[in-house]
Write a protein that binds this ligand. Structure first.
Ligand SMILES: NC(=O)C1=CN([C@@H]2O[C@H](COP(=O)(O)OP(=O)(O)OC[C@H]3O[C@@H](n4cnc5c(N)ncnc54)[C@H](OP(=O)(O)O)[C@@H]3O)[C@@H](O)[C@H]2O)C=CC1
Ligand SMILES: CC(=O)N[C@@H](CCC(=O)OP(=O)(O)O)C(=O)O
Length: 307
């Protein structure tokens, strides 16, 4: 039996992870009672008792949790953005080349951000295959369900704090996900990241527009799609669907741990739209954490996941 302590277990991501682990007979979940869940002494004890801890906390609390671990045995999966480009941490995106092997033996795994999960799946294989030069200036436009902002944003949207249908944000172009997108895609320049939140609970569309004329060899849509298909061949959670589709809904993969990629566009005009859909709480957070836990524990990588 593998013991797993979830720090932040009553938050949005924590609850999603608990749902995915419920009923597993290979895992015992440790939780702190309501009155003790923010008590550093109680957390220290729980963090050091467990085989695995999953941090579903704001960044500062995640850093604090890691500092409270004083044994060499407890393995950590951090869902926050505290350690995604930090030395000594493995980036928990097992579908990227070589990452599954690294995750399997890692002591410290940083779960990818929800937006970077879509962006990296679309872009990293194309940079690796040199279809996109590493120094290409890229943009990423994305829309998330409001659960992406955790309990505070859920309350804002559900308790009447806002009635907006769509809100563009991070207009200062310094969103915390930019560093991991740049680093893990192997890009020289940070992409312009234009996120938005929609009045839908969960789900996400992440899009990267491309001018095909600006690329070496002026690749076709089919050539780009071929590279993505080869990169995710055999993957259970990540798939490439046909791009000749009229519209894509934010709900496409809501409630699942799937990530769907499409190469849409117009070959004659020379414009492409690379589009990813996922659930910010699925492959974007809780699903990815459970997938990484499975890989680290050496069990079926997709046990407990919805696909
Ligand atoms: N929501 C999403 O789609 C995604 C979230 N993430 C990341 O996952 C992490 C958790 O996010 P999310 O679940 O949305 O956030 P929530 O705000 O919904 O939950 C965070 C939880 O952490 C608790 N908490 C805060 N400080 C402490 C502390 N010092 N000790 C113990 N518990 C503490 C909060 O307590 P209280 O209930 O009292 O507020 C809350 O229950 C964040 O880093 C987020 O960026 C990553 C990918 C996607
Ligand atoms: C809609 C919304 O506000 N989304 C969050 C991202 C949620 C997420 O991915 O959390 P991490 O930062 O831990 O990756 C944001 O843009 O900050």
């Amino acid at each position: 039996m593998t013991s797993v302590f979830i720090d932040g277990a009553v938050g949005t991501t924590g609850l999603e992870i608990r749902e995915r682990l419920a009923g597993r007979d290979d895992i015992s979940i440790a939780l702190l009672a309501e009155g003790r869940r923010k008590d550093p002494a109680a957390r220290r004890e729980a963090l050091n008792d467990a085989d695995f801890v999953i941090l579903c906390l704001p960044d500062d609390a995640a850093r604090e949790a890691v500092a409270l671990i004083d044994n060499p045995r407890t393995r950590v999966i951090d869902a926050s953005s505290a350690h995604r480009v930090a030395a000594g941490w493995t980036y928990g995106f097992p579908e990227l080349p070589g990452q599954a092997e690294l995750v399997a033996t890692a002591m410290r795994v940083a779960n990818p951000g929800c937006y970077p999960t879509g962006f990296l799946a679309l872009v990293a294989p194309l940079v690796a295959a040199k279809l996109l030069p590493a120094d290409l200036p890229l943009s990423v436009n994305a829309t998330s369900g409001y659960s992406g902002g955790g309990k505070a944003m859920i309350a804002e949207f559900e308790a009447g704090g806002t009635t907006t249908a769509f809100r563009a944000y991070a207009l200062g172009l310094a969103h915390k996900h930019i560093a991991e997108m740049t680093q893990h895609a192997g890009l020289v320049h940070a992409p312009i990241f234009a996120p938005a939140v929609a009045n839908a609970y969960r789900g996400m569309v992440v899009e990267v527009p491309l001018h095909l004329h600006a690329l070496p060899g002026r690749p076709s849509l089919a050539a780009i799609e071929d590279v993505l298909r080869a990169a995710f061949d055999g993957s259970t959670l990540v798939s490439v669907a046909a791009g000749d589709i009229g519209a894509i809904d934010i709900e496409e993969n809501a409630g699942t741990d799937r990530l769907t990629l499409r190469v849409c566009g117009n070959d004659a005009v020379g414009h492409a739209r690379l589009v990813a859909t996922l659930d910010n709480l699925g492959k974007g957070a809780g699903g990815a954490a459970v997938q990484n836990l499975n890989i680290m524990a050496g069990v079926d990588p997709v046990a407990g996941l919805v696909f």
